[in-house]
Design a protein around this ligand. Structure first.
Ligand SMILES: C[S@@+](CC[C@H](N)C(=O)[O-])C[C@H]1O[C@@H](n2cnc3c(N)ncnc32)[C@H](O)[C@@H]1O
Ligand SMILES: [Zn+2]
Length: 426
């Protein structure tokens, strides 16, 4: 028998946590800690909000990812006057707390399959008035993400923002998530699978995101493109079209986070969904559409399918971010005092760099200055000098938020090498 959504809301403290064979078992060390450590709870503070983390998976380093999510959520609320959030893998509930307190969400469903976290989640949300009936502001549940997403769909209970902060390359929820999201809503996805993005498990990335990923020198950008591409494909199968508002890589983990805007529509014809090649011979990268399959070659050799060419995809090959949305996020962060005055210089720097990276002329990937200097056989020129020379020659060039000594550019590697030599007086 199917449990109705309202039935588990009335009785959310399940005595029989679901037995899903796919569910990752909670970290035994964490549970041990939860039961055996009789200490007072450990408090953390993020943007002035205090919460406990005891027993739940929590990373202080993910604070920027939470900042970005809250900024997008708040902008959504301001423009649509409503915000219902499903925090599908909420851990200790810190995001739910932040969506309620900072983005002023009307309602948050805080779910984590592990019901050992119940006490800590409830404790963290207790300072937000729970409300009742139609005005209920939050509810805590303990179900597998796929199950709660399906229940919401079956009950026509749709959300403006769904946040799935999953481990590894778990993408099983991509099948169910689009059913529970409102048209025009936001989907915040996470992957922590650095092996797949690094091209070390191409069949794993193929299974999870529909992309055969090979080793490439800009693996961490590929990781973001792989996640967006996986969502684009699944969305399209269900009549939706997604585009990234921002894409954020963080080396802790590593973690790949993407905020997607979800709208009705199918896969467009599609210049933004395709393949990327890297030539191990000359270091050049190129993008290809599906129509160009079988005609891939590098300018350094006229042989189609040259052995030096490594190809990954299909994946998202359009802009990583939406510059307008990022600019609004930055303005809001300034209003909230999250940047400037020496308080949030990193967030400001990150958002500014992402805005630069949004230039639609910039192709996938970045070029590391070390690689240019190695190929040019000269010392690495300063990044600023390289970029300004590229701009002078009419190329698009920006820094990358992923690697500090790299440039995103449509300048081919051959010209990068020439520019580096010229700058070094060779
Ligand atoms: C990365 S942690 C969440 C951290 C939290 N979002 C934060 O910002 O601190 C992932 C959480 O997902 C839960 N989880 C794992 N598999 C799940 C599933 N299939 N459905 C729901 N929750 C799941 C785990 O218990 C864990 O607490
Ligand atoms: Zn080549």
């Amino acid at each position: 028998m199917l449990l109705s959504f309202s039935s588990f809301l009335r009785n959310p403290l399940s005595k029989n946590p679901i037995k899903n064979p796919n569910l990752r078992p909670p970290n035994s060390h964490q549970i041990l800690h939860f039961y055996t450590n009789g200490d007072e709870p450990t408090y953390q503070t993020e943007r002035g909000l205090q919460f406990e983390t005891e027993g739940a998976f929590f990373r202080h380093e993910s604070a920027t990812g939470r900042d970005l999510g809250v900024l997008s959520a708040s902008l959504y609320k301001r423009s649509k006057q409503q915000l219902r959030v499903l925090d599908a893998m909420c851990g200790c509930g810190v995001r739910s707390l932040r969506y309620l307190a900072e983005a002023e969400a009307d309602f948050v469903l805080a779910n984590d399959a592990n019901d050992f976290h119940r006490r800590v989640i409830l404790s963290n949300l207790k300072n937000i008035d729970r409300g009742s009936g139609e005005n209920k502001r939050w509810v805590v549940t303990h179900f597998d993400a796929n199950r709660i997403l399906s229940e919401c769909y079956l009950n026509s209970d749709f959300f403006d923002l769904i946040d799935v902060d999953s481990f590894g390359s778990d993408s099983s929820f991509l099948r169910t998530v689009f059913n529970a999201i409102k048209r025009g809503g936001l989907l915040y996805l996470t992957s922590t699978d650095g092996y797949s993005s690094g091209g070390h498990r191409p069949y794993n990335s193929l299974a999870s995101y529909g992309a055969f990923i090979r080793p490439m020198p800009y693996a961490n950008e590929i990781g973001l493109r792989m996640v967006i591409g996986g969502a684009v494909r699944e969305a399209s199968a269900q009549g939706y079209h997604v585009t990234p508002l921002f894409s954020y890589y963080s080396y802790h983990g590593p973690v790949f986070r993407v905020m997607l805007s979800v709208n009705r529509g199918t896969l467009p014809d599609n210049k933004d969904y395709g393949f990327v090649s890297y030539c191990n011979g000359c270091g050049n990268s190129q993008s290809y559409s599906f129509e160009e399959l079988g005609r891939m070659s590098c300018p350094c050799s006229n042989t189609t399918g040259s052995r030096s060419l490594v190809v990954s995809g299909p994946m998202w090959i359009g802009p990583l971010h939406d510059a307008t949305h990022l600019t609004e996020m930055l303005n809001l962060a300034e209003q909230w005092g999250w940047v400037g005055n020496g308080t949030g210089i990193d967030l400001e720097k990150l958002l500014l760099r992402m805005i630069d990276e949004s230039d639609p002329r910039l192709p996938s990937g970045y070029i590391k200055l070390d690689e240019v200097s190695r190929r040019a056989k000269v010392n690495s020129p300063p990044l600023k000098a390289m970029m300004s020379a590229m701009h002078k020659e009419g190329y698009a060039a920006s820094r990358s938020h992923i690697v500090s000594k790299a440039v995103k550019t449509n300048c081919p590697m051959m010209d990068c090498i020439r520019i580096a030599k010229e700058l070094q007086g060779c």
